[in-house]
Design a protein around this ligand. Sequence first.
Ligand code: SAM
Length: 276
Amino acid sequence: TQVIKPRIREILSRELPPELVNLLPKHWVRIGDVLIIPLRKELEPYKHRIAEVYAKVLGVKTVLRKGRISGEFRETNYELLYGSDTVTVHVENGIKYKLDVARIMFSPANVKERVRMAKVARPGETVVDMFAGIGHLSLPMAVHGGAKVIAIEKSPYTFKFLVENIELNGVWDRMTAYNIDNRDFPGENIADRVLMGYVVRTHEFIPKALSIAKDGAVIHYHNTVPERLMPEEPFKTFKETAREYGVEAEKLNELVIKRYAPGVWHVVVDIRVFKR
Ligand code: SAM
């Protein structure tokens, strides 16, 4: 069970009506020196003071209110409650990630996948990351795995951070970045490994991933799946689409990453493709 930090409770119970004290956030996410807290409606009138106390006790410069992630670019839309600077550098698994937490998603629940990708990458292999973001998965593969990574990111704002992160982590010799829609990427039969780290509509991008992959390549296919369609999906759709393009698909491994919504899971399947 989670509890409100005693120091926070002590300060705010002097300032808030007693019935609201138990509604204070009991968990939060810290990315670099930015804190993201969920905040109940009842606490609205006190939100700035609450954020200030959390910032001071937990030692962060900025506090955001957790909101939704939406749209093609999977942008966060988090309300600024305290501080002004929402850009920070987050260090995880020895990788430096610079990002604007108010606009770009960085899910703590995906950490296992970031660590796993650092381990599956092989020195010298060519990886194409079709949904690179700020380098969430590309950077661990280049830094720890020694892979050559082609990172594609469509959002110009997110792309700026991707480029900075390649620089910050000193991997320009191993990474190339493109600010384009991955469907316009010209490479065919070039990747030993393709990353499809996207949700909700990932199946629309299967044909492009198949064309980028070499014969025998591994595709890490993410998608969100309603529980009632599991465990057949999401592999079933991938396999059927691949067949339409004359490609055979073999499922190697499958992992649940996190709960995406009630009754819906974010899943990743590792798939080997045979193109002959
Ligand atoms: N792959 C990372 C991960 O799994 O943690 C980042 C995921 S983020 C949700 C997906 C990124 O894909 C966003 O930055 C978004 O802007 C980008 N994106 C969406 N559609 C795209 C497209 N058609 N071509 C290239 N990038 C795209």
